[in-house]
Design a protein around this ligand. Structure first.
Ligand SMILES: Cc1cc2nc3c(=O)[nH]c(=O)nc-3n(C[C@H](O)[C@H](O)[C@H](O)COP(=O)(O)O)c2cc1C
Length: 205
């Protein structure tokens, strides 16, 4: 599987990026992914959408081309999102406006949400599932991972980890990645055989 991992936090040194790196390393070391690239939104590298995108303006092509290349080359995605005031960050929402069927359409995507608290992390899963797929036709897996108390898991220094939570989430992430690989194989058949773009039905209902 050729994996593209979106790290949705604007913060530098974010927990989302920590988790994205952990998922990348696990996918590669387990042999489930042949390649894995992280697209990080740290520091807000992408301007907010404006109509120059639809006009194909050069300034937009320069910003989007590297991201489009990574996404178009992928056959599976992971979307890592923090919960910020019960929402996904605005930069991640913006990215979802900027990617389309050629990049993510009919490709499987695993949602991984991240929260520092004991109870957070469910809202961004619901938000991504509710609307972010409509026009770009990204296919979220029914399975997702919520990483609560994120500061105490997936740290490089195992002494910083809560051993029980770490074991559980590591195992569950490994299982999620194996599911993602199976979906990647299956949906590549869909993209190869079905008419996945239609000028009559360019937008989802
Ligand atoms: C602006 C902002 C709002 C936040 N709101 C929430 C929230 O609603 N629920 C929650 O569980 N955590 C919230 N947090 C804390 C995050 O869970 C915490 O920052 C965590 O490390 C994940 O974010 P990160 O990937 O940016 O590090 C918020 C953090 C920020 C920066």
């Amino acid at each position: 599987m050729k994996l593209a991992i979106i790290s949705g936090s604007h913060r530098l040194n974010s927990q989302s990026e920590k988790v994205a790196n952990y998922a990348k390393n696990l996918a590669l070391s387990s042999g489930l992914a042949s390649s894995a690239e992280i697209i990080s939104l740290a520091g807000n590298p992408i301007p907010f959408w404006d109509e120059g995108v639809w006009a194909g303006e050069e300034r937009w092509q320069q910003v989007l081309a590297p991201i489009q290349t990574v996404l178009r080359n992928s056959d599976a995605l992971i979307v890592v999102t923090p919960e910020w005031h019960g929402q996904i960050p605005s930069g991640l929402k913006n990215l979802m406006l900027l990617v389309g069927v050629p990049e993510v359409g009919h490709k499987p995507a695993l949602i991984v949400s991240v929260s520092a608290s004991e109870t957070g992390g469910a809202y961004p899963v619901a938000e991504l599932r509710m609307s972010s797929y409509k026009n770009n036709r990204i296919c979220y897996l029914p399975e997702h991972l919520i990483v609560r108390k994120v500061n105490s898991v997936f740290n490089a220094d195992s002494a910083e980890n809560d051993a029980k939570a770490q074991e559980y989430l590591h195992k569950r992430l490994a299982w999620n990645l194996s599911l993602l690989q199976a979906y990647a194989q299956a949906l590549s058949q869909v993209r190869a055989t079905a008419e996945t773009t239609s000028s009559d039905f360019a937008f989802g209902m």
